[in-house]
Structures are given as structure tokens and as C-alpha cells.
Write a protein that binds this ligand. Structure first.
Ligand SMILES: Cc1cc2nc3c(=O)[nH]c(=O)nc-3n(C[C@H](O)[C@H](O)[C@H](O)COP(=O)(O)O)c2cc1C
Length: 198
């Protein structure tokens, strides 16, 4: 059983101290394209997966490019800056996509729970036309609102779980600045910490 590493406590503390800033819950998530190029976008942090010490939750659309990338390469890096406390977390790990077709009951349960927590507007966006295609001038958006059930996730709704393997933590506040690498030891679930020069 993995125990909570120091970095997750730092993250929890940072989220608390930055709670007045809604955008402190936005992080940049990078994937690797099929051609090996980087691809980065902003996503919303949706909390820690219940029952896990470190897995981060994000939601997305199955039709998005990131899901295509993750089919071939599950490595991601999240880069997260907390403006109030001037801390940066660079979290590298493996992403698991919990799709509508996922047969793991526990994971599907997490997906259902996450769907129920969304606003109606957020839920209806999953029934919108395919992201990235040219707009149809006649599209009204009504179809989307009518096509979602608040208790059953839309087929396009994906719960993305990021399983961190190493974290590069930087705190700009102290002088000298504080930087540390946290690395998961897969054999026993513990985390190594090395303080480094910033
Ligand atoms: C503030 C903000 C929050 C966003 N949150 C999410 C999110 O939680 N999930 C998501 O899939 N996209 C979110 N987006 C949109 C993504 O940045 C991106 O445009 C979209 O996911 C398509 O990216 P992809 O096709 O490269 O996967 C957000 C954008 C912004 C600006």
C-alpha cells in the first residue's frame, strides 16, 4: 500500500492556500502525439481519486486529441503553478482513460460519481458536435442540452486518472528557492526525495 508522499501534502496545502483563486485549479497537461511531438492544454483538477493517495482526476471528451495520444503513449506531464504561494508542481506519470466501455466496475463507479458532480452546462458539452470540426452555422446547441442524463454519463465522457511517478517541486518564495525531485520506488510504493539547486 502506497503511503502519502510529502509532495501530495505540499500540493494539498498549496490548494488550500490558493483556494481564493479559481484558476489555481487549472493545470497544463502535456501528452505525446503519434508523431512524438508534445501537445499541451489546460484542464481542471477534479480532486484525488477516492481510496488512492496520489492519483489525480481530470475529465475530458473521448473525441479529444489527448485521448488519441494516450492510446499510443500513456505518459503525461502536468505542470501546475500556484500563484498565491508561488509553487510549481511538475507531475510526470501514466494516464488511465476510464471510457464508457470500461468493464472495471470500480472505475466505472468513479466515472459515474464524477459525472453527477458536473453542472448541467458542463454535462451538455459532451453532446456537442465533434471538437475540432468546422462549425455548422445552423447548429443551435439545443440538441446537446436535450441529449444528456444527469445520472448516466454521456458516452463521450471520460474520467482521466493520472498516476504520478515523479514530481519536480519548485517553491520560489524562500531565498534560496526550494526545489526537490520526488520519485516513486515501484517495488515498495515509497517515494525518494532529493533536494536540488533551483
Ligand atoms: C481554463 C480551461 C479549463 C479547461 N478544462 C478542461 C478540462 O477539464 N478537460 C478538458 O478536456 N479540456 C479542458 N479545457 C479545454 C482544453 O484546454 C482543450 O482545448 C481541449 O481539451 C481539447 O484538447 P485536445 O484536443 O488537445 O485534447 C479547458 C480549457 C481552459 C482554457
Amino acid at each position: 500500500m502506497e503511503t502519502s508522499p510529502e509532495w501530495i501534502n505540499l500540493l494539498a496545502k498549496a490548494l488550500k492556500r490558493n483556494r481564493k483563486l479559481p484558476y489555481a485549479r487549472y493545470l497544463q497537461l502535456a501528452t505525446v502525439t503519434e508523431e512524438g511531438k508534445p501537445s499541451c492544454r489546460t484542464v481542471v483538477y477534479r480532486g484525488i481519486l477516492e481510496g488512492s493517495p496520489t492519483k489525480l482526476k481530470v475529465i475530458t471528451d473521448v473525441r479529444s486529441e489527448k485521448i488519441k495520444h494516450l492510446k499510443k503513449n500513456k505518459w503525461v506531464e502536468a505542470c501546475w503553478y500556484m500563484p498565491e504561494t508561488r509553487e510549481q508542481f511538475r507531475i510526470q506519470g501514466l494516464a488511465q482513460s476510464v471510457l464508457a466501455s470500461d468493464e472495471d466496475e470500480k472505475m466505472q463507479d468513479h466515472r459515474f460519481q464524477q459525472w453527477k458532480q458536473l453542472s448541467d452546462a458542463a454535462r451538455s458539452s459532451f453532446a456537442d458536435p465533434h471538437p475540432g470540426i468546422p462549425k455548422d452555422p445552423d447548429w443551435t446547441g439545443k440538441e446537446a442540452i436535450e441529449g444528456v442524463d444527469p445520472s448516466v454519463p454521456h458516452e463521450n465522457f471520460v474520467l482521466l486518472i493520472i498516476d504520478p511517478k515523479c514530481v519536480d517541486y519548485l517553491n520560489l518564495r524562500p531565498n534560496p528557492q526550494l526545489r526537490a525531485y520526488y520519485t516513486l520506488v515501484e517495488e515498495n510504493g515509497s517515494w525518494n526525495c532529493t533536494e536540488v539547486y533551483a
